[in-house]
Design a protein around this ligand. Structure first.
Ligand code: F6P
Ligand code: MN
Length: 327
């Protein structure tokens, strides 16, 4: 069996990137352990404050954030760290050549009901060695990512990672306390009959998204000529993991629910890292009108519409949006 460390040594020559991935994976072991103990580790419930997004923080959001922040700012290669839970980036070792962004606990509404949650990370290059990293240093396109991945804390804890040369999946074996390779060269089927969307937002979507969902619900009797199935984990990590395992499409599209938000998901530590994994596995990732990893960011916490997964299905949804523009 190949360990995460052995895999990275063979796969990537960037030892700094490898070390950062291993650091995050180590913290993942602690988060996994806390989740296993659940109520007995006093990790459930609210922390009693809001994050920069105006969302109520759960206790485990704060704990996971602190653990990652401490481990990464301690790591020599890290020039700065940015998190969903912190307003501004935290500078670390100014001689480091990497920046790390993370969503410490994705899908946090699942914590208290003992359902799947995750950690998402994105690693970017840092070019201003010797100077203190600021928010502006993080504003790089998704295409600039050196590596990205997630930890999924489900019935088993798993890690998916890409260093820009395919996607590998590891399982965490609590007996050996090691991440062991389960699959390298993960590929997503181009076609699918499975879609993930929070349908309760239907009335807030634009016409092409409503049309798409109408079509898949019509199934065999409609223009698509086949039946579809809905799945929704309510943790992006869970939905993306399912898509990497058996295909599908995940959508958190543009909606008009809150005019100040361009979408729900955050570009820098949700959409970009997941887009790298999806594209590296042969899938596509778009806002509906623009490839996500092409977006020039203007804020570390900016939000974007997200449609990702099986290539042909994502292209079909993009086409519906193009048709609407022509009409
Ligand atoms: O991080 C935001 C997030 O929790 C995602 O992980 C998930 O896909 C989505 O929000 C769930 O949204 P909703 O609450 O609308 O189901
Ligand atoms: Mn999240």
């Amino acid at each position: 069996m190949t360990s995460l460390q052995d895999y990275l040594n063979q796969k990537s020559t960037n030892t700094a990137v490898n070390e950062v991935i291993l650091t995050i994976a180590e913290v993942g072991k602690t988060i996994n352990h806390l989740l296993q103990r659940g109520a007995f580790a006093d990790i459930l419930g609210e922390a009693g404050n809001q994050n920069v997004q105006g969302e109520e923080q759960k206790k485990l959001d704060v704990i996971a954030n602190d653990l990652l922040l401490e481990a990464l700012t301690d790591c020599n290669h890290c020039a700065g760290v940015a998190s969903e839970e912190l307003d501004d980036a935290t500078p670390a070792n100014s001689e480091g050549d990497l920046l790390v962004l993370f969503d410490p606990l994705d899908g946090s509404s699942n914590i208290d009901i003992n359902m799947a949650v995750g950690t998402i990370f994105s690693i970017l290059p840092y070019q201003r060695q010797g100077q203190t990293a600021t928010n502006a240093d993080f504003l790089q396109k998704g295409d600039a990512q050196l590596a990205a991945g997630y930890l999924l804390y489900g019935p088993a804890t798993m890690l998916a990672v890409s260093t820009g040369d395919g996607v590998a999946m590891f399982g965490y074996d609590p007996q050996q306390q090691e991440y062991l390779l389960i699959k390298d060269g993960v590929r997503i089927d181009e076609d699918t009959k499975e879609y993930a969307i929070n349908g309760s937002n239907y009335r807030h979507w634009q016409q092409p998204m409503q049309q798409y969902v109408d079509e898949v619900i019509a199934g065999k009797s409609g223009v698509r000529g086949k039946d579809f199935n809905t799945r929704w984990v309510a943790a992006m990590v869970g939905d993306v993991h399912r898509i990497l395992c058996r295909g599908g499409v995940f959508m958190y599209p543009f909606d008009s629910k809150d005019p100040n938000k361009a979408g729900k998901l955050r570009l820098m530590y949700e959409a970009n890292p997941m887009s790298l994994l999806i594209e590296q596995a042969g899938g596509s990732s778009t806002t509906a009108t623009q490839r996500i990893m092409d977006i020039e960011p203007n804020d570390i916490h900016q939000r974007v519409p997200v449609i990702l997964g099986s290539k042909n299905e994502v292209e079909y949804i993009e086409q519906l949006h193009k048709n609407a523009l022509k009409a």
